[in-house]
Write a protein that binds this ligand. Structure first.
Ligand code: FMN
Length: 209
């Protein structure tokens, strides 16, 4: 067993076999927080969304709906609004991780979207059977598809409070009954070889043959 193969993950079934492109892409995807300013062409955005729509969905409800935002000024405005919403939260009884987040967003120059050139917000329509799971599957498809094209991406959970503000949802053209599930940024990464945060290796609870 070679050390380089072992370092990927002990759960890999055949540590000597070369990785195929799908596996390579899965292992190479990273949450990117530093982007080049180049904008993402519209046809690529459509391909990312198409990849999202090929995710599985419970009872084949395909509940995902997308809002594409390429306008940097609007993204800055949304980042500022999300930061204000986080800072207004009562963190007196919050756990340390929430307090750390609140401190991070309160930094004046911090853009929750990391100045990325593209934001795609994913909403679930009201007829969804399992909206969060289905939309998260779509999101991962999109992030992997982006990586396969040499692009970076990141799920921005810090944008979630925006979904609670009807006036913002209105401004974005989102129907009242669609719920925000996730916000993804995309763009060309400043560094394509970002190191992966260490993965837990002791993840198998039980193995019953
Ligand atoms: C639901 C969810 C919310 C996240 N929210 C944020 C966020 O607001 N800001 C951020 O920089 N990263 C965010 N991330 C990215 C995680 O920090 C990242 O996936 C994790 O550190 C593992 O790194 P990797 O994606 O490069 O493997 C989020 C990821 C998920 C799945």
């Amino acid at each position: 067993m070679s050390n380089s193969a072992k370092s990927i993950h002990p759960c890999r079934p055949n540590l000597e076999a070369p990785l195929n492109d799908v596996f390579k892409n899965i292992f190479a995807r990273r949450s990117v927080r530093d982007y080049l300013p180049d904008s993402v062409p519209d046809h690529v955005i459509r391909e990312l969304i198409a990849a999202g729509t090929y995710a599985p969905s419970a009872v084949n409800k395909q509940p995902w709906r997308f809002v594409v935002i390429k306008n940097r000024a609007l993204m800055t405005e949304l980042s500022q609004k999300a930061k204000e919403l986080w800072m207004a939260k009562d963190t007196s009884a919050a756990n340390p991780e929430i307090i750390k987040l609140a401190n991070m967003v309160s930094r004046p120059g911090y853009d929750i979207f990391y100045n990325a050139p593209l934001l795609i917000m994913i909403f679930a329509h009201p007829d969804a059977f399992s909206p969060q799971i289905d939309c998260a599957l779509a999101a991962e498809n999109m992030m992997l598809a982006a990586r396969s094209l040499g692009m970076g991406s990141c799920w921005i959970g810090l944008a979630s409070p925006l979904g609670q503000v009807p006036s913002i949802m209105n401004e974005l053209g989102v129907p009242d009954d669609c719920k925000l599930v996730g916000s993804l940024i995309f763009g060309l990464p400043a560094n394509l070889n970002q190191k992966a945060p260490k993965r837990d290796e002791d993840v198998i609870l039980n193995w019953i043959d």
